[in-house]
Design a protein around this ligand. Sequence first.
Ligand SMILES: Cc1cc2nc3c(=O)[nH]c(=O)nc-3n(C[C@H](O)[C@H](O)[C@H](O)COP(=O)(O)OP(=O)(O)OC[C@H]3O[C@@H](n4cnc5c(N)ncnc54)[C@H](O)[C@@H]3O)c2cc1C
Length: 477
Amino acid sequence: MKNIVVIGGGISGLTTAFYIKKLSRDAGREVTVTLFEASGRVGGKIWSDKQNGYLCEVGANGFLDNKPFTLKLCDELGIEDKLLPSNENARTRFIYINGKLRELPSSPKDFVFSDILSLKGKLRIPLEIFTKSVDEEDETIADFVKRHLGEEALRNLVAPMVSGVFAGDPYRMSLKSAFPVMHQLEREGNGSLIRAAIGRMKKAKEMKKKAKLEQKKRTYKPGGAAGPGGVLTSFPDGIEYLPRALQKALGDSMRLNTRVTRVERRDGRYIVAYDGEQGPGAIEVDGVVVATPAYSAAGLMKYMDEKITSYLEKIPYTKLALICFGYDRSKIHHDLKGFGFLVPFEENKTILGSLWDSSIFKYRAPEGKVLLRMMVGGARAEDKAMLRDDDLIEAVKQDLRDSMGIEAQPVFIKIYRHRKAIPQYNAGHSNILDRLDRRLEEYKGMFLTGSAYRGVGTNDCVNHARITAEKVVNYIK
Ligand SMILES: Cc1cc2nc3c(=O)[nH]c(=O)nc-3n(C[C@H](O)[C@H](O)[C@H](O)COP(=O)(O)OP(=O)(O)OC[C@H]3O[C@@H](n4cnc5c(N)ncnc54)[C@H](O)[C@@H]3O)c2cc1C
């Protein structure tokens, strides 16, 4: 019987362990999987904390349903009937520009009439069709957007989105690694995103025509499609319901409160040393999946290969604080119809944005109350995440007063700090991954997965975890 160890009980490690067990069972192969998690709970960056009747998401607040990976996992876990799509109201998003919340346009027509960009900024957009490809090896997001859409679109639209998704700095992040779809579109459109979009629309039309013809032959009707950005999806008890369901499915494969301290190779097998509730120990196995953050993986692997460690250490993480404010609904005069808003860096606010969590999902605040969640810090203002609690609370209140006109005092306050929140795919990231892959070829049976590498979103982590599980099952053949 083959033995595999998975290190890290975040969504990446849990999903990898789940699929190794499932795929090997389906293939009629026997394998023992042990998952070591350093802390006393599963989920890692996915953590739904219930406090005084409020449900505070300390990390992710859901996943998008426009990719199939997490939905499929939920289906395989038998929890798809528990899924909770975000409210219809939450499709509207805002950006804070020049002292005012402005609605993000959702169609080209809305864009023409919106006040997100000046007339000059709007007139710059159609000129994108004349953009030429450049020979830049790994262009930053800022350079890419300035080249295609101009400075104002970068400042008011794209940079706030980069801070919303990665808490990142567009002047340092790699377009290719952070937004691979944009990189692909530029190639498809021979330099222009608009040309690529027109090409894709034409193809989609043709496919629709074909599908209609096919449809006539069939008896069933397909379900409605999700919007282009997908619908944010969670569970009534919060997104942590997903890692908990994985924990249940993994049963006695799970070892909580067990920190792996080193991994070494001996005679083609691996020795995994750990420190657990019963003290230190070690286990000899056929394969290892490291599903921890990159900085933690670097520490574990330094006894095995210094080069791998040095590559992993090159992936930086940002500091981020999350501040949850609960209010009496009657004291807030804003209609709170929307997802929330993001703040461009140039507006000089403390918050990167505010998510109106009780508008996005049901069951997030007690009756008669609302819950707002603000992000502070990120790659362009790391120090702010570490402000003293009192200073942080005052600064956040001031920003909510300026942006939403909230004068009321919160009746519930909770602050969470991530010293290393989200990995930053800076220019050169793909180079680091290439080197890691080449070096790992020398260590058959050793695999890396997790948000540090090829996508930070839950869908990307789940997808990469499944791919990793397939590689493991092939390896133990
Ligand atoms: C504030 C925030 C908001 C986010 N919002 C969203 C969102 O809305 N939608 C979305 O899709 N994604 C979101 N994300 C991203 C997503 O949540 C993460 O990328 C994903 O959860 C990372 O999962 P992971 O398993 O790769 O890593 P982690 O969640 O970091 O898990 C790693 C695990 O490894 C364990 N570990 C570390 N070292 C050791 C060791 N030596 N031995 C044993 N165990 C160890 C840790 O304790 C941890 O449990 C957000 C992230 C953050 C931080």
